[in-house]
Ligand binder design. Sequence first.
Ligand SMILES: Cc1ncc(COP(=O)(O)O)c(C=O)c1O
Length: 460
Amino acid sequence: MDMNIASLIKRRLPETYDLHRQYVNPQFVRVLEVIGYNRNYCSAQGAKLIDEKGREVLDFLAGFGVFNIGRNHPVVARALQDMLHCSGPNLVQMDVGVISGLLAEALARIAPGDLDAVFFTNSGTEGVEGALKFARQATGKHKVVYCKRAFHGLTLGALSVNGNEEFRTRNEPLLPGCIQVPFNDLEALKAALSGRDVAAFIAEPIQGKGVFVPDDAYFPGVRRLCDKYGALFIADEVQTGFGRTGRMFAINHWDVVPDLMVVSKALSGGYIPLGAIITRRAIHSKVFDCMDRCFAHSNTFGQNDLAMAAGLATLHVIEEEKLIERSARMGAYLMSGLNELAGRYELLHQIRGKGLMIGMQFGAPESLALRTGWKLLHKMNEELFCQMITIPLLEKHHVLTQVAGHGLDTVKILPPLVIDTADADRFLEAMDTVLKDAHKFPGSAWTTVTKLGLRTAKTA
Ligand SMILES: Cc1ncc(COP(=O)(O)O)c(C=O)c1O
């Protein structure tokens, strides 16, 4: 039987939301419907999505940071087609493949310092699980220190080092020996490590939930404390890696070399699940220390040919198109535009981030009327305010963004690194209009979001 995916998608597209309501996640479908995000996207290129009505949406979410090189990049598509045409001996398992060797070589070349031993994974959370196991085995200890608000994935090990209650709840007890400390607090870290019984400290160089950037002294201090007290430092670069923050890896901003680094998301250009743990050979050799233990940690699909080809092609594109420099440049452009808006609009308190990982922090306004609106809305629901920004950005201006985490008045943008000044200006103009509307209280922006709050409360 002929299987034509393109015509199948076209024919069944109108059923998308019903299919998901029935077979996948009905609560997510409800959320999308309530906030008006229930579009059917039909195609995508670079930083743009096209919906079923032919509307062009500027994608400032990039699949949660997957599409650093833009969507459907032709170089990666071509590499995948080439790989398929090779009819290669994929996943023989009792062999080692050339293409995985090449991607490991390429990762070792760009990794900080002397990190040159690579283990491939299928996702970010799997990389975190592996890094925790490597750290336990390399040190012979089991405790792990992690940060408040940290996000490292949602499988049980990664969840044990997740600093957000909303994810942890209903899953306890989690792994024993996991100790939470505030991010950007060296004294707290010192207290947690000083017993010399900790295997590893794990942190995102820039926290994804809320986009928190540490002081410049923090990661050099982390390195010193880990060395002093015999703990390994795991840098989770799943979201910050591959040019996102204007450097190849965010930890490069502070010239710090971690002991283990976890990468994923943007590595395969958004086509195929792929991740990696990159560590030092000495650490790797403590896990895989004899022939009996050559499979001491393993998976089935980690080195699959398509993911490897996509990874190699993606790294090539990042270098060829100078996307790291572009991320730094476009990030500075956006931050300067947003800071200008923050100077004019009292609800917008702070812009933070690096490169194209930017958080817009909102806060209580000074003027009396607006302050009343702010208080009422927060009393109703702590999560609501940012919807007043993200909903009209999509509905009226066709710009896709996200709230930076539960209970935060922060909107986050993670555009593909390929955006140009026209895209940035389009976003800044849309923000200007949305902020103007949000500064009229009472006004339609507040009414809409209050109605949304009432509706959510009723249907919860
Ligand atoms: C910093 C960080 N680590 C780990 C993960 C988990 O990655 P995955 O969703 O691929 O399991 C994420 C996902 O958003 C992340 O942002």
